[in-house]
Design a protein. Structure first.
Ligand code: SF4
Ligand code: SF4
Length: 444
């Protein structure tokens, strides 16, 4: 068996998926060929600290996973990309990288969205991923640093059962906890001393790309953090807006100033995405037509820069593009945008937004706490293990109510022949509920 087949099997067995939010099954990435393996340690979203926590706690595992992936895909270069502000506080990581053979450190500016895969590839290699393409199209495989630590674990037969999750915002003690996958969000809040307000909202994920969540929801393998905010916070209001409202405001107020396009990171990379033109294109109809400025929704990475930073008139181009993308998919309209050989805009480097300025604009500067990792792993009495925590087919429950499981046992299996990921028990205990969508385990 080849090195890559061996590693792919181990990663598949361990249920590793893109931990940075993508959730793509990592074993499928081992099957590509690339000349560069890129570790994404940008920790792009403001306020989240989970990637920093893993790079501080387990630098050798991150570097080890990077070297394993490099060898498996036959890459010549292995690059660990980290933001300057994070690297300054991570001497352990710098030492581990310098001690390892053939690992390059690449220092990223403190800007948003430095962690977008396409931007990261361009920064580290000078190559532009084509429209509608993937990093592997230009010879690069990108993995998040938490994922790489999990790859190193997988090699040793340890499945994904825990991950670091940051709890920030209106909580008494912002913290990053090592939490069993499937922990209820309310348990995370307790670990941070509880909310400081009686009435609050929770954003799951980062402030730019996260979504409103209920505290009874469980964590999954891709959740890096939760942010607690007052109900009156601007970011909460934006997420509560309906698509209809967003459309109405866009039609009534857009002045075609182009600020959204001028700051769009994908447009600056040379992709034919012009959100101001999309807003104009839907002035009369939200129909998912084959108009180029409608189908360009497929080129949007939903970073939120246009609606949360650029637009002076509270218009939501990202929301509109996201709705259009969903509708295009429903109608079976394929992405027609496939341009290659793209040239980034010459002014790109002057249009990157410093993270501190973004925080200020979002009204989040006061929440920018270290949220350092707690000394002990979080103990959850009950976990809800979702069968869909990843891109691809949902896992199929592999246990029955009344079964006893040990931490690390398989509770969800990949359906035969499908792209998917296994799910493992994150605590030892009794299976108390099984449905097509989840398996509940109560700790003994
Ligand atoms: S920034 Fe806002 S007002 Fe300006 S073109 Fe874009 S959506 Fe319209
Ligand atoms: S969300 Fe807005 S800024 Fe980000 S890629 Fe999409 S159109 Fe561009």
């Amino acid at each position: 068996m080849t090195v890559s087949a061996n590693l792919s099997d181990a990663i598949r067995a361990a249920g590793v998926v893109g931990a940075g939010g993508g959730g793509f099954p990592t074993h499928a990435k081992v099957e590509g060929e690339a000349d560069t393996l890129l570790a994404n340690g940008a920790e792009c979203e403001p306020l989240l600290r989970s990637d920093s926590a893993i790079m501080r706690a387990e630098p050798e595992r991150v570097i080890g996973g990077l070297a394993l992936m490099r060898d498996a895909v036959g890459a010549e270069r292995a690059v660990l990309a980290v933001k300057r502000k994070n690297l300054d506080g991570l001497p352990e990581l710098r030492e581990a990288a310098e001690a390892a053979e053939g690992i390059e450190l690449f220092v990223l500016d403190n800007v948003y969205p430095a962690g977008d895969e396409f931007l990261l590839v361009y920064e580290a290699t000078g190559r532009v991923v084509p429209e509608g393409g993937l990093p592997v199209d230009v010879g690069v495989v990108v993995n998040n640093v938490t994922t790489l630590a999990q790859v190193a674990d997988a090699r040793e037969g340890r499945p994904v059962t825990h991950r670091f999750v940051t709890v920030q915002g209106e909580v008494k003690r912002p913290v990053t906890v090592w939490a069993p996958v499937g922990t209820q969000l309310s348990v995370l809040l307790d670990a941070a001393g509880g909310p400081t307000l009686d009435e609050y909202s929770v954003i799951a994920g980062g402030p730019m790309m996260g979504r409103l969540a209920d505290i009874t929801e469980p964590t999954d393998k891709t959740l890096a953090g939760i942010i607690v905010l007052p109900n009156s916070h601007h970011l909460v209001s934006v997420r509560k807006e309906t698509a209809g409202h967003a459309l109405k405001i866009a039609r009534a107020a857009c002045c075609q100033c182009m600020a959204c396009t001028e700051l769009c990171p994908r447009a600056l990379l040379g992709h034919d995405l012009q959100p101001h033109r999309t807003v104009r294109a839907i002035q009369h109809s939200m129909e998912a037509s084959e108009h180029a400025h409608v189908t360009s929704a497929y080129l949007c990475c939903e970073c939120g820069m246009c609606e949360l930073f650029a637009c002076p008139l509270e218009i939501r181009p990202r929301r509109i593009l996201s709705e259009l993308k969903a509708e295009l998919k429903r109608r079976g309209v394929e992405n027609p945008h496939r341009k290659t050989g793209l040239d980034p805009d010459a002014v790109r480097q002057y249009r990157q937004i410093p993270s501190a300025r973004l925080l200020q604009r979002l009204g989040l500067s006061r929440y920018d706490a270290p949220a350092e990792a707690a000394a002990d792993a979080l103990s959850a009495g009950r976990v809800r293990l979702l069968m869909r925590q990843h891109i691809g087919a949902a896992a199929v429950p592999a246990v029955e109510e009344g079964d006893s499981v040990l931490e690390g046992d398989v509770v969800g299996e990949i359906p035969a022949g499908a792209l998917g990921a296994r799910v493992h028990a994150s605590v030892s205990g009794d299976v108390t509920r099984v449905s097509a969508s989840e398996v509940v385990v109560e700790r003994r």
